[in-house]
Design a protein around this ligand. Structure first.
Ligand code: GTP
Ligand code: MG
Length: 453
């Protein structure tokens, strides 16, 4: 996450249009422009510009001798999207011309930006919080008016505004609680028990309201559904259990060496590193069962689940199958019982080998499921729903911590425990707005952007 270099990208769609745009941002924007852009007679000297300005001129075209006319929009100071000097070169929207101009820009010290890197810089500079960054993606991917309304409301801080305020309040309470702990021997009361209980109660209401505001999008029925399918005894339930286990949940499916163990289906809601989804274990698929039997009823249930799946994880025994062609994002093949396979499998991004017995490959299955769910969501232009799923989990945790803190407030001498719960709630709220983030969360969010945004 280096922001010390200067990045550039063609920021308009790669098809012929009247206008096209190259965006550049970073500390050496001016230096870069001084080499590849020529201002028209009578325009201001670029170095002398200290407020956002437009300059007419022309831009060099890579190794060619010609230049093409172009308008330069320049934000010379931190008043830009990324809070770094930023420029936009608006010119003709022909893809080869834009590429040639982009080549010039890169020859003059900029490097090609990664997907979402401008918005990542805006986030790192504190211009946007994480829910807003995701909303930018929502606006870009919006398919219709309703998507757009939701994304714009999120961009305007609809979700994060109240939560940021709440974080401030909780930080204040934490400071007071900790001051009280530091001066425990003296008779100073920094915050009364009554006040503490009241503020924590209000805090919980805000969290619950935010959860409600995200509304139906995060209801269980709307979660992505990951259905495990495959022949009897292949190890579906064992894989389901291993995944559920790795997510810290306690639901279990019965495993046995008898074929046809799973009759009904078993579901568990899990958080796959930020992607909340429902896992569904089904009965093994067996075409030979008699109609009217229990096994037959189980088969119909499996088929029903298969039809409603967001992602189908087809389980096949690693010892029998060698390779699989590439599949749609909505399908994944898991080669189970890899510990029993004698030769290596031919893997591609549609397959993953695992053993629930040894634990090998279980993390890879998690990662593959998450990645494919993201691809499906992205294809459906559903990025705001992803934010909702990511946030709901953290908000539920924050709510639980606050609830415990409120319970503790009724006892005396437990300020330390109250402070600990408040600290956990703050961490969870921080995850929602991105005050607390990990590199992989950022990677996941910003890699979904297109280049130039
Ligand atoms: N060696 C090995 N055995 C496994 C593995 N996973 C499951 N098994 C065993 O395979 C048998 C079947 O496992 P289940 O998970 O019940 O299989 P299932 O696909 O759910 O079976 P049905 O519900 O009957 O369709 C059990 O005896 C498991 O202990 C594995 O990774 N390696
Ligand atoms: Mg089973």
């Amino acid at each position: 996450m280096d922001t010390s270099d200067t990045i550039a990208a063609i920021a308009t769609a790669a098809s012929g249009a009247a206008r096209g745009m190259i965006r550049i941002s970073g500390p050496s924007v001016l230096d870069c422009l001084s080499q590849c852009f020529v201002a028209n007679e009578g325009e201001k000297d670029l170095a002398a510009i200290d407020v956002p300005s437009v300059v007419e001129g022309s831009i060099h075209l890579g190794d060619r001798s010609e230049k093409i006319p172009c308008d330069l929009f320049l934000w010379p100071s931190a008043k830009s999207y990324t809070r770094q000097p930023t420029a936009e070169l608006h010119t003709l929207g022909s893809p080869p011309l834009l590429e040639a101009a982009m080549q010039s820009v890169c020859q003059c010290g900029a490097r090609a930006a990664e997907p979402g890197e401008f918005t990542l810089r805006a986030f790192l500079a504190g211009r946007l919080d994480l829910t807003q960054a995701e909303a930018v993606l929502g606006v870009i991917n919006a398919r219709g008016q309703e998507d757009l309304d939701t994304a714009l409301a999120q961009l305007a801080g609809g979700l994060s505004g109240p939560l940021l305020k709440l974080r401030e309040q909780l930080l204040q309470i934490l400071a007071e609680l900790e001051a009280g702990l530091d001066f425990a021997d003296e008779d100073i009361e920094f915050i009364s028990q009554e006040n503490l209980g009241r503020i924590l109660g209000e805090a919980r209401q805000t969290v619950l309201a935010a959860l409600e505001q995200m509304g139906n999008r995060t209801e269980t029925t709307d979660l992505p559904r990951v259905v495990f399918l495959g022949p009897p005894n292949v190890g579906k339930s064992s894989l389901f259990n291993a995944l559920v286990d790795s997510c810290g949940s306690t639901t279990r499916s019965i495993v046995s060496s008898r074929s046809g163990t799973t009759r009904d289906y078993v579901t568990a809601v899990v958080d796959l590193d930020g992607m909340v989804c429902e896992l569904i274990d089904t009965a093994g698929q067996d075409d030979s069962v008699a109609a009217e039997s229990i096994a037959h009823a189980a088969q119909s249930m499996s088929n029903e689940q298969r039809d409603q799946a967001t992602l189908r994880v087809q389980c096949l025994p690693a010892s029998e199958v060698r390779s699989i062609d590439r599949l749609e994002p909505s399908q994944l093949v898991a080669f189970t019982k890899s510990d029993l396979a004698e030769t290596d499998l031919v893997a591609n991004d549609s397959t993953v080998a695992c053993s629930s017995l040894t634990g090998a490959g279980i993390d890879a299955v998690r990662a593959q499921i998450r990645q494919r769910l993201e691809q499906v969501a992205q294809r459906e232009g559903n990025s705001v729903a992803i934010t909702a799923a990511r946030c709901a989990e953290s908000l539920h945790h924050a709510n639980a911590s606050l609830e415990r803190a409120i319970g503790l407030c009724e006892q005396s001498g437990v300020e330390e425990l109250v402070a600990a719960e408040v600290r956990i709630a703050l961490l969870d709220l921080g995850r929602v707005v991105g005050a607390v983030y990990t590199e992989d969360v950022l990677d996941r969010i910003f890699s979904q952007f297109c280049i130039g945004k």
